[in-house]
Design a protein around this ligand. Structure first.
Ligand code: ADP
Ligand code: MG
Length: 680
């Protein structure tokens, strides 16, 4: 009868719950066992002793030895959490998130509670958080609110060998505060053996070496250069799969697009191979991959199957994936470079350094002997690869960092203690731009405007645009546009087999055709009107993932706008006001049409082109404001809008003279080119 049934049901549920708990318990216990097997573990007590005795130590150990996941836990277990937070910086967003998740699991706590992470536009920490992973850029921002990092007892600057711009700036700042905060423990950790340079920089801090456990890796080169490394990587993977013993494969590619193409090719090829060969599990990893899909790279491979991880540089040292036995290294990565004279930034596929090649090969020999297939010749390795990668600080725009340092009261940037100083020209260019934007006065001191701009974790020009938008009554629209240009990558989706449909859908966003900024605004507002429906994105060939990110960024920007007491005003119909607001941040980025049909930038004149993805690539308006210059196959302006040249004189009279603009505007252009000046 009824009560009996109830009871058994309850009993069943109880049993199930107990089974689940037992499973979790055993998983937790297993993790504790595996923690003790890491190369780091035997040195736990020695390390803690070294930390106790010295304020600054340099830690060097092979990738996978347990530096990132274990050291902050050791410090926590030793009681440093009682004195303040234990921070650990990562150059990459994905690594900060993934490592924090792992450590939360190892400590048996919920992510965001005792263990959390903080990355730009996403804060997963709480009052309880004592072990905090964050990007190096986020820690830089924390200095603004807490210049002595008072809430931290320990700070680990991890992946120091990567020498990202933000890590390099952090070196200078943490070195400085260590002097007047003797209680702060500083750990600088690196995967490469070249630790002397770090030690020397930090006043000869002691080096703590964790002996690695590394198995031999056979290195194979190609006999002749590969014309198409993507194709070669696919072929090599399949050869490994049919001819080599068990073990997972790791392929290094340069970005999301290549990774997706490779994934697709591998799927197609294996489909044709029938059921005789083992299963090939394909696991991509790159910065914009949603976190639930990132977890796939860490799942153990079932017997008989083989996992292929297709990764960017992130798998070089930031993330350790167990079970990799074969590495395929095409020898390239994406690297940015910057020309201070033209202001041109480019993100280009570049040959890696010998140091990188060595790290990549090392990933094959972590748990057993392995093989590394270099898709280039031994000669190219010897003669064409540089020994080390140039630090990012020497090949990037410094606008942001200079504004931040100025906000921290560091005025003499030329004498700032950089490990490797940036080119003087890049520094001057950044100072000049900040002056033009009104962030610095003519003595190079931070202004009220500059202070406000530094509140926004975006490029100084975007910050200025947001702050000025209030004056034009369109702060809400401008925040949306700022969020849309900050998502990284295109929000438009254009599958090859539906290119015509996609193009038509995208054209609809360019109604009025005054520029890409407005189109981006239309996309966001269109999506918002449907209450953020996925179906809408699907129908309009818009990337849902990018849109969700845009929404998060927009929320953050609106929060900052509120904090800076900028009034939130909306006037979506006033296209002029919106473009004037954009121009007030981006007057530095303008171009005018020339006789030959190309564009010339107004300041620092050079020939540039409208990017083919722009809605204005055929309209050829006479005057343009652009979001960024990128060098790919040509010098392209990305995300452009038509402007009236008179606005330049109106908005930035200190930067443009009426005479200069009028002279340009009055030049005759062949009839078929452009519209008359002022018709914008
Ligand atoms: P290091 O920083 O020295 O390169 P890590 O602390 O990142 O080393 O990694 C140590 C070990 O922790 C790895 O070998 C791997 O076994 C494990 N590990 C790290 N992250 C994860 C994860 N997300 N999932 C499963 N295991 C992980
Ligand atoms: Mg690490």
């Amino acid at each position: 009868d009824a009560p009996d049934v109830e009871e058994t049901k309850e009993e069943k549920m109880k049993k199930e719950r107990e089974a689940r708990e037992a499973e979790q318990r055993s998983e937790f216990e297993q993790i504790q066992v595996s923690r003790k097997l890491l190369p780091m573990f035997p040195y736990r007590d020695d390390l803690l002793k070294a930390v106790e005795e010295h304020q600054v130590i340099i830690i060097v150990g092979e990738t996978g030895s347990g530096k990132t996941t274990q050291i902050p836990q050791y410090l926590y277990e030793a009681g440093y959490g009682k004195l303040g937070k234990i921070g650990c910086t990562q150059p990459r967003r994905v690594a900060a998130m993934s490592v924090a998740a792992r450590v939360a699991q190892e400590m048996g706590v919920k992510l965001g509670a005792q263990v959390g992470y903080s990355i730009r536009f996403e804060d997963c920490t709480s009052d309880k958080t004592l072990v905090k992973y964050m990007t190096d850029g986020m820690l830089l921002r924390e200095f603004l609110g807490e210049p002595d990092l008072a809430s931290y007892s320990c700070m680990m600057v991890d992946e120091a060998h990567e020498r990202t711009l933000h890590t390099d700036v952090l070196f200078g700042l943490v070195k400085d505060i260590a002097r007047f905060r003797p209680d702060l423990k500083l750990l600088i950790s690196s995967a490469t053996l070249d630790a002397e340079k770090f030690s020397e920089y930090f006043d000869f801090a002691p080096i703590f070496r964790i002996p690695g456990r590394r198995y031999p890796v056979d290195i194979m080169y190609t006999k002749a250069p590969e014309a198409d490394y993507l194709h070669a990587a696919v072929v090599t993977t399949l050869q490994i799969h049919v001819s080599q013993p068990e073990g997972d494969v790791l392929i290094f590619l340069t970005g999301q697009e290549e990774i997706e193409a490779c994934e697709e090719m591998l799927k197609q090829r294996t489909r044709g191979m029938g059921s005789k060969i083992g299963e090939l599990i394909i696991a991509p990893i790159y910065a914009n991959l949603p976190s639930d899909m990132q977890a796939k790279i860490f799942e153990p491979t079932p017997p008989g199957a083989r996992k292929v991880v297709i990764a960017t540089n992130i798998a070089e040292t930031s993330l350790t994936i167990d079970g990799i036995k074969y590495v395929i290294d095409p020898g390239f990565c994406k690297q940015n470079s910057y020309n201070p004279r033209s202001g041109m930034e480019s993100l280009q596929v570049t040959p890696i350094s010998k140091a990188s090649a060595l790290q990549r090969a090392g990933r094959a020999g972590r748990t057993s002997p392995g093989k590394c297939f270099r898709l280039y010749t031994a000669w190219a390795y010897q003669h064409e690869l540089e020994a080390n990668t140039v630090p990012e600080i020497q090949r990037t725009n410094l606008g942001n960092v200079v504004l931040l340092l100025k906000s921290l009261g560091i005025n003499d940037l030329i004498n700032f203690d950089f490990m490797d100083p940036p080119p003087t020209e890049t520094m001057f260019r950044a100072l000049e731009q900040l002056y033009a934007l009104g962030a610095l006065n003519d003595k190079g001191e931070l202004t009220m405007m500059g202070r406000k701009m530094a509140e926004f974790p975006v490029d100084p020009m975007l910050a200025k645009m947001i702050i000025q938008s209030e004056k034009f009554g369109v702060s809400e629209e401008v925040c949306t546009i700022a969020a849309m240009v900050s998502v990284g990558g295109s929000v438009f989706y254009r599958p090859k087999d539906k290119a015509v449909h996609a193009d038509n859908a995208h054209k609809a966003f360019h109604r009025g055709n005054v520029g890409d900024h407005m189109a981006l605004l239309n996309v966001y507002n269109g999506w918002a009107e449907t209450n953020f429906a996925s179906q809408w994105c699907f129908e309009n060939f818009v990337q849902i993932r990018s849109m969700k990110r845009a929404r998060d960024i927009r929320d953050q920007l609106l929060g900052l706008v509120d904090r800076c007491e900028i009034e939130l005003l909306s006037n979506p119909q006033d296209l002029d006001a919106i473009r004037k607001a954009i121009t007030s941040g981006f007057f530095y980025h303008t171009a005018s049409l020339q006789k030959n049909g190309s564009y010339r930038t107004v300041k620092n004149p050079q020939t540039v082109h409208v990017h083919p993805s722009s809605g204005l690539s055929e309209a050829m308006p006479r005057w343009l404001v652009y979001h960024e210059l990128v060098l790919t196959t040509k010098e392209y302006m990305r995300v452009v809008s038509e402007i009236n040249p008179e606005w330049l004189v109106e908005i930035a009279p200190h930067y443009y003279s009426k005479k200069e603009i009028m002279e340009q505007a009055q030049k005759k252009l062949p009839k078929m080119l452009g519209k008359a000046a002022g018709e914008a």
